[in-house]
Design a protein around this ligand. Structure first.
Ligand code: ARG
Length: 455
């Protein structure tokens, strides 16, 4: 018989049991469900709704169940629908009628909201830790590569020289923002919904603050209808996770490009590459590609939640059971990707010479030549045109700006001197960009120090 079977004259169809059942995926909430129930029972005794002895029996029974689940000794029952009713059923089987008191002043609606919030709080902490480790790895790498010159790109065309450190620090900024977003999402996840009942609270004099304290929540929800209908925190998590994935994916795209023979800027460690079943020479950046690919899953999870919620009238609706697989998938995916990504980047071999050589080609110092002319008193727009002509001339002659003779330069503009060559060396192009947030090694060192401080 079902725990809610009183008003029914027939069993549910087997097909409906299967269809309704969430136990195959919500069983991962068992620990939160049990701890939430123990706190609830303790509070019921505290306010005199059940006796202390009953509360103790319930808590002991639940702890036994927890130990048995952890030892792999429990088989869940599809007909008992979800983790909440599976555990309640086990409890009643084990301790008898006392177990039937546990669900006093509670509904699965506030129970499931509690469980997911507890679960997500733990997971947010883990993702934050992974982000912290990644930021720290990137900072170490940046510290090593403050002088490693590489081309910066716009439109994927070489634009101006930067350093690898500066490039890496751009990602540190992204992952810092990601951490901030998760911390913010945590605040709204950390709200205790139990006591909201099915939707309209309860007639029993519950001490909701007690439960919040027991379970380590900062506050309690303020509206019982909102409390059982709200999954904003899950949407927020998936949105923050989507941005993390998007950042990882952009970084992965660069790693994939950089490890191609055409770029040849880096080589991934063998431990983070795979081969081809037919082409013996291949070394492919598969982990980076898979992270890029998995980004779509997490966007999908976000869209699943948003779409699931958009048409729901208050309060709880069974549609909301669909929140779990999407949320779990987003959590699992973002964690796995962060775990693979960090060592992949930490172990890649940087080919500094190749990077610098690429920065020297492609006229990445053209802006610096224009700036040089500005410093000689020529208005920037005019300087731009003069340098444009110089570039065209060099392309026709098959040379770089550094390879133009002083005579050739003076043809362009008589004010140009010997000092032009230092002004347009790529090292100088980088070191002269000292403004806050720019790639000069001292400026990047400041950025690294500040980011470490925040870590
Ligand atoms: N398994 C359900 C869920 O995940 C628990 C709440 C069920 N409540 C209900 N009234 N059917 O959403």
């Amino acid at each position: 018989m079902k725990l809610w079977g009183g008003r029914f004259q027939k069993n549910t169809d087997q097909l409906v049991d299967d269809f309704h059942s969430s136990i195959s995926f919500d069983q991962r909430l068992y620990k939160y469900d049990i701890n939430g129930s123990i706190a609830h029972a303790k509070m019921l005794a505290e306010v005199g709704v059940i006796s202390k002895q009953d509360a103790e029996k319930i808590a002991a029974g639940l702890k036994d169940i927890l130990a048995d689940i952890e030892a792999g000794k429990v088989e869940f029952d599809v007909a008992a629908e979800d983790i909440h009713m599976n555990i309640e059923k086990l409890l009643i089987q084990r301790i008898g009628d006392v177990g039937k008191k546990l669900h006093t002043a509670r509904s699965r609606n506030d129970q499931v909201a509690l469980d997911i919030r507890m679960y997500l709080k733990d997971e947010i902490k883990q993702v934050l830790q992974l982000l912290k480790e990644l930021r720290s790895t990137l900072l170490d790498l940046a510290e090593e590569h403050k002088e490693t010159i590489m081309p910066g790109y716009t439109h994927l065309q070489r634009a101006q020289p930067v350093t690898l450190a500066h490039h890496l620090m751009a990602y540190v900024q992204m992952f810092e923002r990601d951490s901030e977003r998760l911390e913010d999402c945590y605040k709204r996840t950390d709200v205790m919904p139990l006591g909201s009942g099915a939707l309209a609270g309860t007639t029993f004099p519950l001490d909701r603050q007690f439960v919040a304290r027991e379970l380590g929540f900062s506050r309690v929800t303020e509206n019982s209808m909102d409390a059982v209908s709200d999954r904003d925190f899950a949407v927020e998590f998936c949105s923050a996770a989507s941005l993390i994935m998007m950042h990882l994916s952009r970084f992965c795209e660069e790693i994939i490009l950089w490890s191609s023979a055409e770029f040849n800027f880096i080589e991934l460690d063998d431990a983070y590459s795979t081969g081809s079943s037919i082409m013996p020479q291949k070394k492919n950046p598969d982990p980076a590609e898979l992270i890029r690919g998995k980004t779509g899953r997490v966007y999908g999870d976000l869209m699943t939640l948003l779409t699931m919620l958009k048409g729901l009238p208050l309060a709880y609706n069974k549609d909301m059971q669909e929140d779990k697989e999407a949320l779990f998938d987003a959590v699992d995916t973002v964690k796995k990707c962060l775990m693979v990504f960090r060592p992949m980047v930490a172990t890649m071999k940087v080919k500094s010479e190749k990077m610098a050589a690429a920065a020297r080609g492609g006229f990445t110092n053209a802006t610096d030549l224009a700036d040089y002319l500005v410093n000689k008193g020529i208005p920037f727009r005019q300087a731009h045109e003069i340098v444009g002509k110089a570039v065209l001339y060099c392309i026709q002659k098959g040379k770089s700006l550094e390879e133009m003779s002083l005579d050739e330069y003076r043809e362009l503009h008589p004010g140009i001197d010997e000092d032009v060559y230092t002004a347009i060396s790529v090292e100088r192009c980088v070191s002269a960009r000292r403004v806050e947030g720019a790639p000069a090694p001292e400026a990047v060192q400041k950025a690294i120090n500040a980011a470490r401080q925040r870590l």
